[in-house]
Structure formats: structure tokens, C-alpha cells
Design a binder for this molecule. Structure first.
Ligand SMILES: [Fe+2]
Ligand SMILES: [Fe+2]
Length: 195
């Protein structure tokens, strides 16, 4: 029970199965499980981590056109980078779907879903857990994933910094637009680490 709403896992899965494919569902369950483990280590609420993990990509099955339309429907203000790379909007759209379709009324869960793609300033422990769980869930495979998986359970901030750096390098190598929030999130964590 979160915020007076009963968030039944089976009910969430039933709705989720109709809007995302099997591969994305498997990923979402992997993020849910990893987020629960991280929440236990970092003393966050496991139920919130589970729901945010399970729902974080609920809008990822949409096309660019559908995401842009849903952003308008949900009154989401779009920045120029997101307009040009609409897949970035699956976080904010997913957050609104969590609220309006899945009945999530917990602002911490909604926020964690909203910023899971770009990161943001002042990330909470839950935000960082969902961001990292998305990065290191068991199906993820990229150079350095095992080291990051280990780091995620040892030092949440250092692991987030590594993940943001990795993302920024990847975005630069592919000549994609950098979302300003990713730079803000990365600098914010680094500044608070006192380096
Ligand atoms: Fe995502
Ligand atoms: Fe994801």
C-alpha cells in the first residue's frame, strides 16, 4: 500500500503486458528485482523501488510520434533536445502513465520514473536506485557492466557518476544531442562527492 493506493503487482503486470513487448517486460522485471536489491542495501523503501522499476519503461513501446502526442496530451513541456530525440520523452510520459493508468500517486515513484532516462539535479536515493537498476539489470551487457554491477552495491554515487560518464561518452561517440539534465545530474553528483 503506497499513498493509499493498492499497487497490486499482478494488476500492474496485466496492464503492462498490453503496452510493452516481451523483451521490454523481461527488462522491466529485471530492473524491478535489481531495484529491490539496491533498496535493501541503501535502506530505501523496497516497495517503491519495485513499482518504479517495474513501471519505468511503461512508455518505451511507443513510436516517436506517439510519444510527442502523449507529451501534448499530458501537458509535458518539451525542451528542444527532447523534441528532436523523442525517445527521451518515454521517462516523463511513463511517469504520467504510472499516475493516470496504473494509479500510482506516490510522488517519489513518479519522479524516479520521470527522470530515469536523463537524470536530474538533486536525485533522491530512489532516483539513483532506479537509474542504476536500469543500467545493470541482469540482461544488460556492455563493456564494464560487471564492474559497474559490483560498484552499484558498494557506492551508489560513484556508480551513478560512472554510469553518467559512460552515457555521456556514448552519446558523444554517436554524435547524438546531449540532454542538459544529464550534464546537470553528473555535475551535481560529482560536486556533492566533494571532488
Ligand atoms: Fe527507459
Ligand atoms: Fe529501461
Amino acid at each position: 500500500m503506497i499513498g493509499g493506493v493498492m499497487l497490486d503487482r499482478n494488476r500492474i503486470l496485466k496492464i503492462l503486458k498490453n503496452i510493452i513487448n516481451d523483451k521490454l517486460l523481461k527488462h522491466s522485471i529485471g530492473v524491478e528485482k535489481t531495484a529491490i536489491k539496491l533498496a535493501k542495501v541503501y535502506k530505501a523503501e523496497t516497495e517503491k523501488a519495485a513499482v518504479a522499476g517495474l513501471l519505468h519503461d511503461c512508455a518505451k513501446g511507443f513510436t516517436d510520434e506517439q510519444l510527442l502526442k502523449k507529451a501534448v496530451d499530458f501537458d509535458i513541456l518539451l525542451d528542444s533536445v527532447s523534441k528532436q530525440q523523442p525517445q527521451l520523452i518515454h521517462g516523463p510520459v511513463g511517469a504520467q502513465m504510472a499516475k493516470h493508468i496504473f494509479g500510482v500517486d506516490d510522488i517519489e515513484i513518479i519522479r524516479a520514473i520521470e527522470i530515469h532516462t536523463t537524470g536530474d539535479q538533486n536525485m533522491s536515493v530512489l532516483d539513483k536506485i532506479v537509474y542504476l537498476a536500469d543500467y545493470v539489470e541482469p540482461d544488460r551487457d556492455f563493456p564494464g557492466v560487471d564492474a559497474l554491477r559490483k560498484l552499484a552495491f558498494e557506492n551508489l554515487d560513484k556508480a551513478c557518476l560512472f554510469a553518467f560518464n559512460n552515457t555521456l561518452k556514448y552519446v558523444i561517440d554517436n554524435n547524438w544531442l546531449i540532454h542538459p539534465k544529464t550534464v546537470i545530474a553528473r555535475n551535481d553528483i560529482l560536486m556533492k562527492m566533494g571532488n
